[in-house]
Write a protein that binds this ligand. Structure first.
Ligand SMILES: *[C@@H]1O[C@H](CO)[C@@H](O)[C@H](O)[C@H]1NC(C)=O
Ligand SMILES: *[C@@H]1O[C@H](CO)[C@@H](O)[C@H](O)[C@H]1NC(C)=O
Ligand SMILES: *[C@@H]1O[C@H](CO)[C@@H](O)[C@H](O)[C@H]1NC(C)=O
Ligand SMILES: *[C@@H]1O[C@H](CO)[C@@H](O)[C@H](O)[C@H]1NC(C)=O
Ligand SMILES: *[C@@H]1O[C@H](CO)[C@@H](O)[C@H](O)[C@H]1NC(C)=O
Ligand SMILES: *[C@@H]1O[C@H](CO)[C@@H](O)[C@H](O)[C@H]1NC(C)=O
Ligand SMILES: *[C@@H]1O[C@H](CO)[C@@H](O)[C@H](O)[C@H]1NC(C)=O
Ligand SMILES: *[C@@H]1O[C@H](CO)[C@@H](O)[C@H](O)[C@H]1NC(C)=O
Ligand SMILES: *[C@@H]1O[C@H](CO)[C@@H](O)[C@H](O)[C@H]1NC(C)=O
Length: 849
């Protein structure tokens, strides 16, 4: 019996030993399971997976969130959060019959159910002997000694905590990608073409030195940092908002499908991670977030996507981020397209687009140039004072609408433009407001069709006239003329209408002016521009700005010609020529200008300049106000000409004036021109003041003669005013009884206010008009100091600041011929043509400094 017990005990211990041996074996085989042998396969059908040693990460098939019937072969954190996927989330989606194969040759392949190769690691015959999923989340293919390939070096859209993301690597999510530049800048790019985010987070990066091999890492405390061999310490790029917390969490950086780069924190077991930091603070600045033609805006706090107008539909009504499409494509409505205006809207413009399609023009030009440009689909006038206009010729544009944006955008649509109703789309609306919407729509439609009928009427009307006077481009011309757009003439047309430039009206600072007659029998003045260095496109833009500036007291630009090297401007013809010929040339002609005519010319000129300065959308500084540029029509109504041309010639640098080519006319140039101080609208005020003085006196402001005590007239006139001798400044040719002494006094006082040396002392043109009209009281002006020293003083002061000023004409001589020493401009009446003109253009140069 005892031996039996012994036997039983023995057997039991053997069994126990065997069991524990088996257990040991089992546990050994578990440890060994971290190495995945070649030939292993995963499949969505049997939910098999590979785990990291502690089970933190697993590699298997997970259903694709974007299309739940499909799967991704992915590495996920604690069963929920995907940190890597074979082929990326866009192109790695497979059906349920797919498989992930670690093949015998060492290649890791994702094969779809139909047997097609979807993705591979490309490690065939590289000596891979096994694979493993590490607890850091890195999946490695290795030989006996080293890692041959791993997911850390081949990231998809996520960077894990212990992962090094280096220069040369790319995160991708849909059309978006993220990478580090050699300089250390972080960049986000749309469709590998448009970089909408490029930031050096430390000033050491923004200098153009390049780092050795910048590496982006996410530290355990939540800091995103950038390290490099050439930096002593890692540079902090971002702090996570839960900085320092270190529970059982993982942190990662992810390029989201919305094109933003964010840091996340996820607690073990949680299915969603929480956002901590985003690279692009304003989601609407992510290019293409709302798809093509989509307009991004904020409803309360979240960004939403809409369409520019009711000329558009959502591409996918269930997913507004897919963008918008025109109800009628532009090519399906030839000749019937229009520009839809979107206020407070900008079409996102980033490098490289930003450098190729930008212009300095006015808002109207920005609209018209897109309308006339065949490939242009939309345009944006920044409206931030820079005068920038971006034309969008690409087939993908991305909009941003916000009341905080000063920009105005235009989209080309088939007429009629149907702006969105003010209430945001998709909002629940009651029936009554729906009705209102309809009413508005009907009203808008009615108005638009009314306008079109009107234009059609105009067109018809013109068509008949045109037929009588010969066709050419005349029909087109009136349509354009009526719509405010400049008419484009061919060089031949202008040659013909000016009879080969036969009748020369005058010579201005920008080129000669000829008389012409258009096919419609409209008399015009054709100005042949010289020294235009601009490209064709920019020239057109400037022209559009000029021609869109309409005012009763501004000479109207009718059209232009830009052909090869020819640049011509076509203006309305002003029968009575320029003011200087009446003021300064002899008894007979000035006799025609009564005091009341002179005074109304002064007020009209001031109104025209006021419009340029204050009332049109883009402030224009004329830069060359002088009697030669004030033209008179058949009723002696004054109009200012040549505005906007200074910009045309000096357009190379619009914001920063260089002194290399100051254009303007001595005697009328404000002192700041020569002292290299900023030019503003107040510089025009100065010139106007001089002109006003000349209108009163009938002589040049810089005239020096015996009866002015050998002082410049403007200086002498002020002294006379001080003494109370108002009448001595008056033109002797005016009959005293015809002159309104009140008006005369006002004009003199205003002119001395205008020619103050300090720009801030001068009134604005708006005030000038009011003062002339007697609406505003006028104080006694202080002595206009600039008048004393004149040009000589300014010249020497500029010389002190090592700027040399060259005056191309000899100084004004106290002679009778001085009345012609100023270059006549544009439409000087024929009388003056045979008289010699010198060119007192002041050219200042910095070359000696
Ligand atoms: C899962 O399915 C694949 C292919 O169908 C097969 O090769 C693999 O052995 C299966 N795994 C398990 C654990 O059943
Ligand atoms: C393992 O791979 C590394 C890197 O590819 C290589 O340098 C090394 O020679 C390989 N070792 C063997 C034993 O193949
Ligand atoms: C990341 O870079 C650091 C510093 O160069 C290095 O110590 C670490 O091993 C790297 N990690 C990986 C996963 O390569
Ligand atoms: C992305 O760029 C490619 C050419 O690089 C172009 O063919 C494609 O149309 C672009 N995608 C979009 C949405 O514009
Ligand atoms: C890096 O970003 C800064 C702005 O943060 C930018 O000024 C600089 O041009 C960028 N450098 C490069 C090489 O793109
Ligand atoms: C940028 O690099 C160029 C030449 O590579 C150099 O001339 C220039 O001074 C550098 N600029 C800065 C700000 O370092
Ligand atoms: C840039 O990085 C250097 C080196 O880490 C650091 O000393 C400096 O304070 C950083 N500058 C800024 C503006 O962050
Ligand atoms: C704002 O837009 C989001 C996303 O389109 C939407 O879920 C939310 O309800 C909107 N909120 C309001 C107040 O309209
Ligand atoms: C232009 O479009 C409007 C509105 O669709 C239409 O009434 C008009 O007939 C069109 N004109 C031409 C010339 O096609």
């Amino acid at each position: 019996m005892g031996s039996l017990r012994k036997k039983v005990r023995f057997c039991a211990s053997v069994v126990l030993l065997l069991l524990s041996f088996l257990l040991l074996l089992g546990s050994l085989s578990l440890v060994g399971a971290t190495d995945i042998p070649l030939g292993s396969t995963l499949s969505p059908s049997n939910a098999s997976s590979w785990s990291s040693p502690t089970g933190t990460f697993s590699f298997g098939f997970f259903s694709d969130r974007q299309s739940p019937s499909l799967y991704l072969a992915a590495i996920s954190y604690s069963g929920g959060i995907i940190v890597w996927s074979a082929g990326g989330s866009g192109s790695g989606s497979v059906d349920s019959a797919a498989s992930l194969q670690l093949r015998a040759d060492g290649n890791l392949c994702l094969v779809s159910g139909s047997g097609a190769l979807v993705w591979e690691s490309g490690t065939a015959s590289k000596g891979v002997s096994a694979a493993a999923l590490l607890d850091s989340g890195d999946f490695v293919l290795k030989n006996s000694t080293a890692v041959v390939w791993d997911t850390y070096d081949n990231p998809t859209d996520t960077i894990l905590q212990s992962q090094n993301f280096t220069f040369g690597q790319v995160l991708r999510s849909g059309v978006y990608s993220f990478s580090i530049l050699q300089s250390g800048n972080l960049t986000l790019t749309w469709n590998d073409s448009i970089t909408y985010f490029n930031k050096g987070f430390n000033s050491t990066f923004t200098a153009n030195k390049s780092l050795a091999s910048p590496v982006l890492t996410l530290q355990a405390n939540g800091i995103v940092s950038l390290s490099d061999a050439s930096l002593s310490t890692a540079v902090v790029i971002a702090y996570s908002s839960d900085y320092g917390e270190s529970d059982d969490i993982i942190r990662f950086v992810k390029l989201d499908s919305d094109g933003n780069l964010r840091t996340y924190t996820a607690v073990r077991g949680a299915a969603v991670a929480s956002r901590q930091w985003a690279a692009v603070a304003d989601q609407c600045e992510v290019f293409g977030w709302c798809g093509n033609m989509g307009i991004c805006s904020y409803n309360d706090t979240s960004p939403t996507c809409g369409c520019p107008s009711r000329n558009f539909d959502f591409v996918d009504p269930d997913d507004h981020r897919k963008g918008c499409k025109r109800r009628t494509e532009i090519q399906d409505c030839p000749g019937n397209s229009t520009m839809l205006q979107l206020d407070h809207t900008q079409f996102l413009t980033y490098a490289p687009e930003i450098s190729s399609e930008q212009f300095f023009v006015g808002i109207t030009a920005c609209r018209l140039n897109c309308l006339s440009g065949g490939s242009c689909v939309a345009s944006t006038a920044l409206g931030d004072g820079s005068g920038f206009c971006y034309l969008k010729a690409s087939n993908f544009v991305s909009g941003y609408q916000s009341t905080a944006l000063p920009s105005t955008s235009f989209v080309k649509v088939c007429a009629p433009a149907l702006p969105n109703s003010p209430s945001p789309p998709g909002e629940l609306r009651s029936r009554s407001s729906n009705l209102k919407g309809w009413l508005v729509a009907v009203l808008v439609f009615g108005t638009v069709s009314g306008l079109m009928l009107f234009e059609w009427g105009l067109w018809r009307c013109f068509c008949r006239n045109g037929a009588r006077y010969g066709p050419s481009s005349a029909q087109y011309a009136l349509l354009e003329y009526a719509s405010g757009a400049p008419v484009q003439f061919s060089y031949r047309e202008l040659q013909k209408s000016t009879r080969r430039f036969k009748e020369r009206l005058g010579e201005g600072s920008f080129g000669a002016v000829y008389k012409g007659v258009l096919a419609s029998r409209t008399a015009v003045a054709v100005k042949q521009l010289e020294g235009i260095e601009q490209g064709e496109k920019q020239f057109r833009m400037e022209v559009a700005t000029i021609s869109s500036t309409h005012h009763l007291n501004l000479v109207r630009l009718i059209g232009f010609c830009s052909e090869g090297r020819h640049r011509l401007l076509v203006y309305e013809f002003m029968k009575n020529g320029s003011l200087d010929s009446f003021l300064f040339s002899g008894e007979s002609s000035s006799g025609k200008l009564s005091w009341s005519t002179r005074f109304s010319i002064a007020v009209a000129t001031a109104r025209g300049i006021t419009y340029l300065h204050e009332e049109c959308r883009d402030c224009i500084v004329h830069c060359d106000i002088k009697p030669e540029n004030i033209l008179l029509d058949e009723n002696y109504n004054a109009k200012v000409s040549d505005f906007g041309l200074a910009k045309l010639v000096n357009a190379k640098d619009h914001r920063q004036r260089t002194l290399t080519s100051v254009r303007g006319t001595r005697g009328y140039l404000a002192p700041e021109w020569l002292a290299n101080l900023p030019i503003s609208s107040k510089s025009d005020v100065y010139s106007f003041g001089m002109v006003l003085l000349e209108i009163v006196s009938g002589r040049r402001n810089f005239d020096v003669s015996d009866d002015t005590g050998r002082k410049k007239f403007s200086v002498w006139a002020y002294e006379e005013l001080e003494k109370g001798n108002i009448k001595s400044a008056m033109d002797k040719r005016l009959a005293e009884q015809d002159v309104d002494m009140e008006q005369l006094k006002r004009a003199l006082l205003v002119s001395f206010w205008c020619i103050q040396e300090q720009p801030s002392q001068r009134p604005s043109m708006g005030k000038v008009v009011q003062m002339l009209e007697g609406v505003l009281a006028i104080d006694r002006p202080p002595a206009p100091k600039a008048a004393d020293g004149g040009l000589a003083a300014v010249t020497s002061s500029s010389a002190n600041t090592s700027i040399t000023v060259f005056v191309t004409s000899s100084p004004a001589q106290p002679s009778s011929s001085s009345s012609h020493s100023i270059a006549s401009s544009s439409l000087v009446s024929k009388r003056n043509l045979d008289e010699p003109t010198s060119s007192p253009v002041v050219v200042a140069d910095q070359s000696s400094s």
